[in-house]
Design a protein around this ligand. Structure first.
Ligand code: PLP
Length: 451
């Protein structure tokens, strides 16, 4: 027994020592994927009938596997939506695992659920939602959107049933043609129809366009999804004019703020989100712009009871949980067992305070505005749209898709930056998505110089 416990001590020391180095390092290379065959050759086989031991397995991770993963919190990772977790949030993520907390029920995880709920209440208050709003941290925005839309349809069914009218042949969800792909994905899972509505030339979906869709599709529309910070451009739909339609039509307003809603914490962007306070549900991903590690999406319902009615799982072995009025996070989304994934954000927010978050978000918004200005001033470069938040989309005059591809591959090869090609309306372009407070203007200028 002693030998085993010594071995465990060594193992834990080894892993914590590696974690400590990685968390505190400021020079972790960008790294890059390598082809499967080559990786297979380098990694060999590590899973056998008898283990290879922690030291060898960790060494394999450190020297072969980790370098084949792009460092998503690198300041020059500017593709997709990056991540930039605080030291507090990353370190505390280890504590969440170490504590073996079950985050699904109040019975088992009351302390963790209490802390997560404090964060959800803080966010709800920032978004102007009533103090009775609440929800749950789920794995990601895709699951958050799906869970919100399932609750929305359940609510519509309930209303339709109570009014004694016939169910529509097909339930429909209205959203911008530029809404995130996860809305279409949710619609496929739910077997409902998406009604895409064209946004304005500036990318913003507005109430008048939504009204036309509501007029046309009538009571079969169970939800309207507005995007608060599109993934491609960081454009915020005109939430106020869309929310105003609730006075004329009966629909659930879901605000997909997976990336952008975090910007409401910044005085530089807060006004863009006017109207979000009328939402029936919202999501925001802490793993995007709230400096938490993967993976976490805050899903908040205006009336949490609607989420609970749609999602509570019933089973004999669960009766002891579901027959109480206690707040069990499992009840508010399409999941059961869950990691208390809101705790890293809780610890970080508690440690640093909200003001540090506002400052960090503001710095990325300001940097996006500065680099947009620089792009405009350069011959041969052109903004595709003016940035609203921290995504800057631009074109190099005359470049084909192949030229963007080659340039992007070269940047990664040289370990200079991770900036992928994108496109809009059939034209290739590229974009900087900035959420990392350690990204600098000079780094971005250095990338422009390579074009
Ligand atoms: C990223 C994103 C999603 C999906 O979130 P995941 O956490 O990647 O599942 C949904 N909507 C928007 C607007 C996003 O930016």
């Amino acid at each position: 027994m002693h030998a085993v416990s010594d071995e465990n001590t060594r193992l834990v020391d080894l892993v914590l020592d590696y974690s400590r180095r990685r968390i505190l390092a400021s020079d972790t290379p960008l790294d890059k994927p390598i082809p499967e065959l080559e990786l297979g050759r380098l990694a060999g086989t590590s899973v056998h009938e008898y283990g290879i031991g922690a030291a060898r397995a960790l060494s394999l991770f450190e020297h072969v596997l980790a370098p084949a993963c792009i460092t998503t919190d690198h300041p020059q990772y500017l593709s997709f939506i990056p991540t930039a977790p605080t030291k507090a949030a990353i370190a505390f993520d280890l504590v969440v695992s170490a504590s073996a907390v079950y985050g699904g029920s109040w019975l088992e995880g009351a302390g963790a659920v209490h802390a997560e709920n404090e964060v959800l209440a803080w966010l709800a208050n920032e978004f102007g939602l009533p103090t009775t709003a609440g929800g749950v941290f789920v794995q990601g925005g895709t699951l958050g959107n799906l869970s919100a839309l399932v609750a929305a349809r359940e609510h519509a069914r309930h209303v339709q049933h109570a009014s004694g009218t016939d169910a529509p042949a097909r339930w429909k969800v209205v959203c911008s043609a530029e809404a995130h792909s996860s809305i279409a994905s949710a619609a496929r899972v739910m077997d409902v129809e998406v009604v895409p509505v064209a946004p304005g030339a500036d990318g913003m979906l507005r109430g008048d366009a939504v009204r036309a869709a509501l007029d046309e599709h009538g009571a079969s529309v169970f939800a309207v999804v507005a995007t608060a910070g599109s993934t491609n451009f960081g454009i915020v739909d005109d939430l106020a004019s869309i929310a105003a339609l609730k006075q004329e039509f009966d629909f659930w307003l879901h605000v997909d703020g997976a990336y952008g809603l975090a910007a409401m914490l910044s005085p530089l962007a807060r006004a863009r989100f006017a109207g979000v306070e009328h939402a029936d549900s919202v999501i925001v991903d802490p793993h995007k712009w709230l400096f938490a590690p993967f993976d976490a999406c805050a899903l908040i319902y205006r009336d949490p009871e609607t989420g609970r009615r749609a999602h509570t799982q019933h089973a004999e072995y669960l009766d002891t949980l579901t027959e109480t009025s206690e707040w069990s996070p499992s009840d508010y989304a399409a999941h059961l067992t869950r990691r208390a994934r809101g705790l890293p954000l809780w610890f970080s927010l508690a440690t640093y305070g909200g003001a540090a978050y506002r400052d960090a978000i503001s710095s990325s918004i300001q940097l996006a505005a500065d680099i947009a200005h620089e792009i405009e001033s350069r011959d041969g470069l052109r903004l595709v749209r003016d940035p609203q938040l921290s995504v800057v989309v631009f074109e190099r005059d005359g470049w084909s898709k192949a030229e963007y591809d080659a340039w992007s591959a070269r940047l990664l090869d040289e370990q200079r930056a991770f900036v992928t090609p994108s496109s809009h309306a059939g034209r290739p372009n590229t974009r900087f998505a900035i959420v990392n407070p350690t990204t600098t203007f000079d780094q971005l200028v250095g990338i422009l110089d390579t074009m």
